[in-house]
Design a protein around this ligand. Structure first.
Ligand code: ATP
Length: 262
């Protein structure tokens, strides 16, 4: 049997970051996902590509628990989380970003990140005004730097550009030292300069912090990922390293050579 990309990349016997076995999702009679087997190692950076409606966001929703799968099982660092509600998955170090912004538009950049840090730090939330020596505030300041927004840290979110808002979402997803992050089309709507910045931010994340990125921009996806899963019609169509996927004739015919159906 041909080894999967993760088996080929795997070097240790430790628990995988993510293990999906036979995952499927039905919406009424529509099979949005079927028979998904996927293994992602700790620290691995994986791109999930595929045309509109391929099932990419549904896959994320199954992993986060926003929409639990209809069939199959999901393990996160060895633990079966299939039936866990989203907050239990967050507590275990899973984060995601959404295609739609979920920011407090009347608050500053720093306050948004601070509140996100409070939200994932159990028992620490308080309505008191944070002191500057607060550990969570220090962590929020650091995350603002990680996403290259130190110059805008006091800017009210409503006054940020769209690209800056997407960068801020990444900072919020990084709060509470996650073990694994799901990025849902972070480059959508960004300018070429902002895309380059995004690639720098993602490639600069700590090595132990694995992620899956859904991305239509192949240039961004293939630059930040070490492995790629192509999806089509709710199923895995192909897995490989970026160069293998880029040069695969079937992939080219379906997605790169003008044969897109979405
Ligand atoms: N909540 C829902 N209710 C009903 N059908 C849904 C729901 N969410 C997704 N679907 C359907 O499931 C299929 C997969 O959708 P999904 O959003 O996962 O695709 P995608 O690959 O993320 O597409 P895109 O690139 O456009 O975001 C589509 O046919 C979609 O219409």
């Amino acid at each position: 049997m041909t080894a999967t990309i993760s088996e080929r990349l795997s070097s240790t016997g430790t628990a995988n970051a993510l293990e999906l076995r036979g995952v499927g999702k039905m919406f009424g009679a529509l099979s949005a996902l079927a028979d998904i087997d996927m293994t992602v190692r700790p620290g691995e950076r994986r791109a999930v590509l595929g045309s509109n409606g391929a099932g990419k966001t549904t896959l994320f929703n199954c992993v986060t628990g926003d929409f639990p799968p209809t069939t199959g099982s999901i393990r996160f660092f060895g633990e079966d989380i299939t039936a866990f509600p989203p907050h239990e998955r967050i507590r275990r170090g899973l984060r995601r970003t959404y295609q739609i912004s979920l920011l407090f538009s009347g608050l500053s950049v720093l306050d948004n990140v601070y509140l996100a840090s409070c939200g994932v730090s159990r028992g620490r939330f308080s309505f008191r005004r944070p002191r500057r020596d607060d550990a969570l505030m220090a962590s929020a300041e650091n995350l603002v730097r990680v996403v290259h927004m130190e110059d805008a840290k006091d800017t009210i979110v409503a006054n940020l550009s769209y690209g800056q808002q997407r960068q801020l979402e990444i900072a919020m997803a990084l709060s509470g030292a996650p073990r694994f992050i799901l990025f849902d089309e972070p480059a959508a709507g960004l300018s070429p300069t902002e895309r380059r910045d995004l690639v720098e931010i993602l490639t600069g994340l700590p090595g132990h912090m694995g992620f899956i990125i859904i991305e239509h921009d192949m240039d961004v996806a293939l630059r930040v990922a070490e492995s790629v899963t192509m999806m089509h019609n709710g199923r895995i169509f192909k897995e490989g390293k970026p160069a293998e996927i880029e040069n695969d004739p079937e992939v080219q015919a379906l997605y790169l050579g003008g044969g897109e159906d979405g």
